[in-house]
Design a protein around this ligand. Structure first.
Ligand code: SAH
Ligand code: SF4
Ligand code: F3S
Length: 447
């Protein structure tokens, strides 16, 4: 039977959605392959959060023209956030006449139907739905991130941050039923998964559309499942992150004390223009509260520079906030104008060169913080969940509960095992260590 190849752009949610596309393709009898040139069907699961994500996808799609010429039967499908933008599918259809299937985010679960149409002779199958479909629980999944498993708890976003395209391409918030989520987690743990990452654009508002459930109750119920595993979640929104939630996290040993709390900017003027619904002071208060309940919590963030009208003083507020919080990690971005969002119409778009200089300052600051935090690990023994083998370094790798990556040698398959590792050397962000033989070492093999 045929082979498939999927390229994914964007966030963890998209990676998980590609696992659903892979599940659908495997139900058709396709097998995964390692290179595009071996594939009978190539799928692009796209992202449009910033212009460069779109440019990369378009470049890679364009590069397939030759392959398609050589192999007339090759099927090329493009879906995801980029195609869901208004009128985008028409542009894609005209620019790349060799694309066979175009689908959006609202009909991803229905990819099999579109594929059947193409296989039964329809030349081009293009379907973008304007409305969110029902939350689909039944799509088969071919998971790719053992020992971690992603679990959607909700879809869409209601926040409309003024720079962000997500609410327009993912629709409004829809939460999955709590029982369905807990059952999925239970099955995954029975199958041997050791880490569960709950996914939503704003997990803190989980359940608001259902009425009788909330995120705190959901994580409590999952954390109480009787297995050894780690529970993580992404992403939090500072406006909805409560003291109660910080307290709940502190009550469960298996909920990782690492919280991704995107701040975006440190200037109150910019935060207001972004429609973030918190001030710099509110944010710092949340950080304080988190550290009260979880003194050694690792807090990570997303930060943007170059939002329209950002002055040197505004940027300095961001820089100082980053310094004050001492994040365990930060994703830094240059603001990218997204058509259809309010910020795209704002005056005083910031010059690219200025934004580049600002982002470099943030990156350098964070690198210094990373080095300092890494040094604190030297000599310590930490519990690592082994998540893979790095062929280049010829070492196993995994993370501790705070999300810090460590490399170490091992003479048996350690994938999916919890191992104790003594850190011998701290790099910029990653750590090097030696495995300690503890009683929690089991040398069985999974997958
Ligand atoms: N729902 C999540 C994040 C989704 S997008 C949240 O609210 O935190 C991930 C990150 O991309 C955002 O946190 C933001 O920092 C960045 N981002 C979103 N839109 C952007 C834009 N137009 N330009 C640059 N970065 C952007
Ligand atoms: Fe975008 Fe804001 Fe929603 Fe995050 S919360 S997805 S940044 S609109
Ligand atoms: Fe994710 Fe990109 Fe869509 S960040 S939600 S894949 S626009």
């Amino acid at each position: 039977m045929g082979k498939y190849y999927i390229t994914t752009y964007g966030c963890q949610m998209n990676l998980h959605e590609s696992e659903k596309l892979a599940g659908i393709l495997e139900s058709f009898g396709y097998n995964r392959c390692e290179t595009e040139s071996d594939a009978d069907i190539i799928v692009f699961n796209t992202c449009c959060i910033r212009e460069n994500a779109e440019d990369r996808a378009e470049g890679n799609i364009g590069a397939l023209k030759g392959l398609k010429k050589k192999n007339k039967d090759l099927i090329i499908a493009v879906g995801g956030c980029m195609t869901q933008q208004p009128n985008y599918a028409i542009k894609l259809k005209e620019t790349f006449p060799f694309i066979d299937i175009i689908f959006g985010t609202h009909n991803l679960d229905n990819f099999g139907t579109l594929l059947s149409k193409r296989l039964s002779g329809q030349k081009r199958v293009i379907e973008i739905l304007d409305k969110e479909g029902p939350v689909c629980e039944k799509t088969p999944k071919k998971r790719t991130s053992y020992p971690n498993a992603w679990v959607n708890i909700m879809y869409g976003c209601n926040n409309f941050c003024t720079y962000c395209i997500v609410p327009y391409v993912r629709g409004r918030e829809r939460s999955r039923k709590k029982e369905d989520i807990v059952n999925e987690c239970k099955l995954l743990l029975e199958e041997g998964y050791k880490e569960i990452t709950l996914l939503g654009q704003n997990v803190n508002s989980y359940g608001k559309d259902l009425g009788d459930v909330n995120f705190k109750d959901l994580i409590r119920e999952i954390a109480e499942l009787p297995y050894k595993f780690r529970l993580k979640f992404m992403t939090n929104h500072p406006k909805d992150f409560t003291d109660d939630l910080a307290k709940e996290i502190s009550l469960h040993k298996n909920i990782c004390p690492c919280v991704h709390l995107p701040v975006q900017a440190g200037s109150n003027k910019i935060l207001k223009m972004m429609n973030r619904h918190y001030t710099r002071e509110d944010y710092l208060e949340k950080v304080k509260s988190l550290r009260k309940y979880l003194p050694d919590i690792s807090i990570t963030t997303d930060i943007m520079v170059g939002f329209p009208s950002e002055t040197e003083e505004d940027f300095n507020d961001t820089f100082e906030l980053m310094k004050e919080v001492e994040y365990a990690g930060a994703f830094t971005f240059i603001y990218s104008k997204r058509n259809g969002t309010p910020a795209a119409t704002y005056d005083n778009q910031v010059d690219e060169e200025i934004s580049k200089a600002r982002i470099m300052k943030l990156i350098n600051l964070q690198n210094d913080i990373n080095r300092k935090k890494s040094k604190e690990y030297e000599g310590k023994t930490i519990e690592i969940l082994c998540e893979g083998f790095d062929d280049k370094k010829n070492k196993y790798l995994g993370r501790d509960v705070y999300g810090r990556m460590a490399y170490f040698d091992g003479n048996a398959s350690l994938l999916g095992q919890f191992v104790n590792v003594k850190i011998t050397k701290a790099g910029g962000i990653s750590l090097l260590g030696e495995i300690q033989n503890g009683e929690n070492l089991k040398w069985d093999f999974h997958q």
